[in-house]
Design a protein around this ligand. Structure first.
Ligand code: ADP
Length: 158
């Protein structure tokens, strides 16, 4: 069984993230969306809330598991017996950082490869932080995030 891990902050999950999942689930048997619990970042949603929002937003997809991890990504990959890491690419500025991360993970665990998927042009400008900022300033983000996320953002920032 080909298992891939899609790690990220997902604070919160956007339609850009969902688009990447919809594409990659056609390639892998199972995808584990792994919410990074980073103690140094001040997230809007708790890891548990982020996991819940991803679960609600991926109900239309089969073979998606959602989890949470802190620590080294490659340790989580080994624990889950995954063969690949999925990352999305929006712009060339994403690429530089992503390439560095992919090479570091390859160095730490040579058996794993990172699979990059290009963002749908509709979502190239969409990031979790841009969405939060828009909501904070009173913007309507209903075309950019799943409905459960829109409600969650309204509750926290509206
Ligand atoms: P991180 O803090 O790890 O970058 P994010 O939640 O911001 O976590 O992003 C997780 C992954 O999803 C990254 O690979 C990022 O490039 C990708 N991603 C984020 N937004 C989009 C989008 N709109 N389209 C495609 N990929 C995206």
């Amino acid at each position: 069984m080909k298992v891939a891990v899609y790690p990220g902050s997902f604070d919160p999950v956007t339609n850009g993230h969902i688009d990447i999942l919809e594409k990659t689930i056609k390639i892998f048997d199972k995808i584990i969306v792994a919410v990074i619990h980073n103690v140094y970042k001040q997230p809007l949603f708790t890891p548990e809330e982020r996991v819940e929002l991803i679960k609600e937003s991926t109900q239309h997809l089969k073979n998606i598991e959602v989890g949470c991890f802190s620590g080294l990504l490659v340790d989580y990959i080994k624990e889950k017996k995954a063969c690949a890491i999925i990352r999305g690419l929006r712009t060339v500025t994403d690429f530089e950082y992503e390439m560095q991360m992919a090479m570091m993970n390859k160095e730490l665990f040579p058996e794993v490869d990172t699979v990059f998927v290009m963002s749908n042009s509709k979502y190239i400008f969409v990031s979790s932080s841009a969405v939060k900022e828009a909501v904070l300033l009173g913007g309507d983000v209903s075309t950019l995030v799943p409905e459960a996320v829109r409600r969650g953002l309204e509750r926290k920032l509206g």
